[in-house]
Design a binder for this molecule. Structure first.
Ligand SMILES: [Zn+2]
Length: 371
């Protein structure tokens, strides 16, 4: 293993913040795996999983059991980690631009549609190699205008040509759930099973250019654009939400790190016995079947339902209690589904996020991710 320090925040040509990546195995010796934790900075469960994963990979590396290349970025957002406001960590948005650290990644497909015209054919592996070469070039040509963009370019530059990309996050309060591309369901379902995911959200395009999609959607965008060429979905990228921000324990992190090690064994990247897959706790759900609920007015949020409960259409999930006006408004989903994520706040202003319910039928359109 070797580690690399990438300069991120640069003032007067002096780097004041660095990103650290850990590199295992050898490039070109097998599949390439890229794993990053906590792009939203204060996603502590993800960092603890990365720490335990590092210990496992150090041991496997010493035994010569790593059959490809693995890059692990244990704390993917040094800029966000340095942002604290009045004692509270603030890692989701870049304070200098207001932008979400997991949006606006460069989507290489548009440039590649022009650059690769007439150059792709029936040979899938030749196409994959050529697309990766051009995608690396496209990310390298990105000229970041600020430190957050430098961070995004640095992360994407390590992941854009990977076979497997695991982007480890957490929610405010949530069951373990995942986001991936619809064409990747078969490849990601074993990871969902191993991690005991309760919801696997899928979309061909979520909107907002999140990190995992910048790595994966490239492939089906090009396949749609070049229908005569053979272009398999060659990057299995997934966003994993490791429960809620306070679900920090060695027990959870050990379980999650073990599941990832098992997934890499199944994928042939680790030369260790791959155990059998546990029974799935969920199948794929269309991302546009998720109903986000928001506060109808300011007030105290009181839940009737717990995470993991099935709720019926119109059944009150929570009340919003305004202690000033005395108004109490029950909040319900318009469709039945699983209550899988909620805010960690218990007093809300009008329009603030309350919770998400995963239904079965698609009904939303447009940008499907929260800002
Ligand atoms: Zn996140």
């Amino acid at each position: 293993m070797h580690s690399t320090k990438h300069p991120i925040a640069i003032d007067d040509n002096v780097a004041t913040l660095h990103l650290t990546s850990l590199h295992y195995g050898a490039p070109g010796s097998g599949k390439k795996v890229y794993i990053q934790a906590a792009i939203h900075a204060d996603e502590v469960p993800a960092m603890l999983v990365a720490h335990l994963l590092r210990g496992r990979l150090d041991g496997l590396d010493a035994e010569g059991k790593i059959k490809g290349e693995i890059i692990l970025v244990p704390a993917a957002n040094p800029l966000g980690l340095s942002q604290v406001m009045h004692g509270a960590p603030f890692g989701r948005y870049d304070l200098s631009t207001g932008l979400n650290f997991n949006r606006a990644y460069r989507h290489a497909a548009e440039a590649l549609k022009t650059a690769l015209a007439g150059r792709l054919g029936a040979d899938a592996s030749a196409n994959v190699a050529l697309i990766r070469e051009y995608a690396r070039r496209e990310v390298a040509a990105w000229e970041p205008a600020d430190n957050a963009a430098t961070l995004k370019k640095t992360l994407l530059g390590m992941a854009i040509d990977a076979d497997i990309v695991l982007d480890l996050h957490c929610d405010n309060e949530a069951l373990l759930h995942m986001y991936t591309g619809t064409p990747l369901v078969e490849t990601i379902q074993p990871l969902a099973d191993l991690m005991g995911a309760r919801v696997l959200l899928v979309a061909k395009e979520s909107g907002g250019e999140a990190f995992d999609e910048a790595c994966s959607r490239l492939w089906w965008d090009l396949a749609d654009h070049f229908p005569d060429a053979t272009i398999p979905p060659s990057c299995a990228a997934v966003t994993v939400e490791l429960r809620g921000e306070h679900d920090v324990s060695y027990a959870y992190a050990q379980q999650d790190a073990d599941a990832i090690v098992q997934y890499l064994a199944h994928a042939g990247v680790l030369d260790i016995p791959a155990g059998s897959l546990p029974a799935p706790q969920c199948g794929p759900t269309p991302l546009d079947a998720v109903e986000p609920l928001a506060a109808p007015h300011a007030g105290v949020l009181v839940f009737h339902k717990k995470l993991g409960e099935q709720v019926a259409a119109g059944e009150p999930i929570a009340d919003v209690v305004n202690p000033v006006s005395g108004q109490v408004t029950p909040v319900a989903a318009s469709r039945a589904g699983l209550l899988f994520a909620s805010t960690a706040h218990r007093h809300l202003l009008r329009g603030m996020h309350i919770c998400k319910v995963a239904g079965a039928e698609s009904f939303r359109s447009g940008d499907l991710l929260s800002s």
